[in-house]
Design a binder for this molecule. Sequence first.
Ligand SMILES: [Zn+2]
Length: 248
Amino acid sequence: MTIESILPIPDIFSAKKVLCIQPHYDDNDIAAGGTIAQLAQNGAEIFYLTVTDDLAGVVDRSLSAEAATVSLVRDQQAAGKIIGVKQHIALNYPDAGEYRYFDLRANLLKYIRLLQPDFVLTCDPWLTYEAHHDHLQTGRATAEAILFTGLLNIPSSDPAVDAAYTEHSIEGVGFYYCREPNQIVDITSTWDTKVAAIRSYATQIPPDDADQIVMALQFKSAQICEGKDFQLGEPFKVLNPRALHCGL
Ligand SMILES: [Zn+2]
């Protein structure tokens, strides 16, 4: 017997409604755009929730915060159309700035209870040597919000959402940028879609940098496919939500 026979690893492609929670505007697409595009093509509803305002990485420092935000949102809408995102939600915490973990967790609880996804994707907060606070905070708060979704004694940021919430099941969570992947998704067919989406983020990724990112991603995406019967993949640690506590 294995632990997987008791808590089976969920199938990402069984998902009908996917909430992709990212620290910055481009993380979902850089890490998981090929997988998410396939989910959208399969008919799943895709929601993107971005935790920060993403202003730290804006290349043109002469832009005001307002103008930079307009530009960032335009990039994200363009990328979202390419990938097949149904709706974007922005929490607008300060990028690389100070904000409270429990405040973020309450907001994530709100949107998980409101949207009732059956699958959640986010960044792995346990990635070795991950230094970016937004990534650590986003991954941890998302994991804990998933664990507490059905526990209404733990309030979200919106009492009306909590009052209306009826219990639903989250089948799985997939961590990208992960330390110990247990699933490599074949993205050979959606690689070009992913690259086109990444190139949409021109406000924070100039064309030369985009070339370098794409080359590095292509190398890593091919490297993790060694021994597999496909060429390009995205790694995930996919867990049953009940495995998010006490080492199960
Ligand atoms: Zn990021």
